[in-house]
Write a protein that binds this ligand. Sequence first.
Ligand code: PLP
Length: 388
Amino acid sequence: MTLNLTRRLMLTGAMGTSIAGASACVSSVGSTTQAAAEGAFPPAPAIDPYLLGPKEGVALLSRNENPYGPAKSARDMIEYAASKGAYYTSFEAQVMLTEMIAEKNNVSPEQVVVTTGSGEVLSAIALIYGPKGPIVAPRLFWDTTALYAVNLRMANIERVPLAADMSVDLSTIEAKVTPETGLVQLCNPNNPTGMVSDAATLKAAVKRMASKTTVLVDEAYIELSDDPEGNSCVPLINAGHDVIVTRTFSKIYGMAGVRVGYSISSAETAEKIRATAMSWSPSLSIAAAIGCYNDEKFLAMSRSKIQEARDMVNTTIDTLGLTRLPSQTNFVYFKSGKEANAVQEAMMKKKISVRGQYMDYNEWTRVSMGTIADVERFCKALPEVLGA
Ligand SMILES: Cc1ncc(COP(=O)(O)O)c(C=O)c1O
């Protein structure tokens, strides 16, 4: 796999190989006649335009990415950072991003930990709190990082079924929490349901639970919710509650491949997280995040495109008389009435990628908001795939 990738990159010159160098590789693997026909300096093969994004013609609506990013403000910084790529990420650049995040969230820089995607900080948190006791969480949530600690035998997840309306059942979760609980992990808005918990109910429950153990609220999609400030649990941190909030540049900022995320917590907790996080964020990623963090124009555009796509998907689902959950994110979870994996397969035949089955939710499909053109394809395909 790695070998193939390396070879392919060399052949396409994508690793910065000079044209002459790339041609040498091509000539050495071709036949003598082919080499002669191509001449000594044949043009370097073009870089596969689909190498790092969706394959040709595929509407990639399965991974909650945001195709409107990265913002120009981020791309300009990536270009600048690439020219300085010989040097390790500067401490000053990391401090600058940390200070920007701190300022926007009314916390001190000591309370912010920037990592390589929020996946990294979430994994670090699972490793810190998992060994203390169970991670209490909704049955259905973005469990990848908790499972990372489970797979290392450093944590167990105690899953609490969703309420009848598929919202997070906060009162049942709260009833499970004791001082022996390692961590409460919530995701607001939740993934894959896309639902936001009622802000007042959530905050009251989080405060009570945080008096017993640490509460983590993963706010990866919070900027896409109807009231990002009102829904966020960040204010609970400065009020002295044992709460950690994580955020990401992968969603509203459209930088899933660039890999920047962060946590906000007390300074003391941040110190523990910093000591556990494993990677050193690339300078290109830090630069990109600095470039776009306060790019309000881009953020408004991103939000409005996602909402436009979501309205189209909602209308299609409603017209078909299907049940869907009220999403405040860039994805919609709906009950198609057909096996989720069969829906996925049928969509894939039309080059549309949607999520397959989660746990035993066998008739539920999650579709992410892509470009308007890709979402249009999904809306047209859905009745065909469902035979409606
Ligand atoms: C709820 C939630 N949290 C965190 C992540 C991880 O995002 P990243 O590591 O790209 O910041 C995802 C990814 O889809 C997610 O859905």
